[in-house]
Design a protein around this ligand. Structure first.
Ligand SMILES: O=C(O)COP(=O)(O)O
Ligand SMILES: [Mg+2]
Length: 223
């Protein structure tokens, strides 16, 4: 039987420049079991990707802070934006900038965490987050200020429950530290070749291929 998938977006369904890798699209569309896009991005991004890929909208966004399950019409908020906002407000007050320009489309639709550009200094952000009982996760694409209780894996459990699936049934594919919790929850996990050290260490299998090609290799191994 085809297992359900939990798939990261950046670094896993993209090329090295973060552009979507088109050959993954028919695979997602034709997958004969639920596909959960599990990302650090805000909700509109994975929802739009589902729409354009022609797959049902089942997403984990904001590193597990938000989940949407079309099949059961559930929208879950599992984190607290204000707590993260307090951290970045303090960071900005001390003279730093989030690095997204004046309109900040990165955080505009974010409900449960705040993302900061990797061009901004990390150490003061980590210090302020720790003072507030929060953490900073570096996905390789952005710094995410979030509650340590929020994770893609915890949200995947919620989604699996609503899909009437055991989280163990899932096959997970990802590339970075924010996928480690997904790897722990899923029954089988793959890190693409470009994955960071924590993801490589947590995955059951490290793939030979990188980025979108790595995802396609994982699919071949599962089949
Ligand atoms: O938004 C990020 O920083 C990373 O996104 P991803 O979880 O889809 O790789
Ligand atoms: Mg990623």
């Amino acid at each position: 039987m085809t297992p359900p998938l939990a798939v990261d977006i950046d670094g896993t369904l993209t090329d090295e420049e973060r552009a979507l890798y088109p050959p993954v699209l028919p695979v997602l569309r034709e997958w004969d079991a639920p596909v959960v896009l599990a990302t650090g991005k805000a909700v509109p991004y994975p929802v739009a990707l589902c729409e354009f890929a022609g797959v049902e909208r089942t997403v984990v966004a904001e590193n597990g802070g938000v989940a949407f399950v079309h099949a059961t019409d559930d929208l879950l908020f599992l984190g607290d934006r204000q707590a993260a906002q307090n951290v970045v407000d303090e960071y900005v007050e001390t003279g730093h900038d989030l690095g997204w320009g004046s309109h900040d489309l990165i955080n505009r639709w974010r409900k449960t965490e705040v993302a900061v550009s990797r061009d901004a200094p990390l150490e003061p952000l980590q210090r302020i987050a720790a003072d507030h009982g929060l953490e900073v996760v570096d996905t390789g694409f952005a710094y995410h200020v979030k509650s340590p209780d929020v994770s893609k894996g915890a949200a995947l459990r919620e989604v699996a429950d609503r899909l009437d699936r055991d989280p163990e049934e899932f096959v997970a594919v990802g590339d970075s530290i924010n996928d480690v919790s997904t790897f722990e929850v899923a029954g089988r996990s793959f890190a693409v070749a470009n994955a960071d050290e924590p993801a490589r260490a947590a995955a059951d299998e490290v793939l030979d291929a990188a980025y979108g090609e790595g995802f396609l290799e994982a699919v071949e191994r599962v089949r």
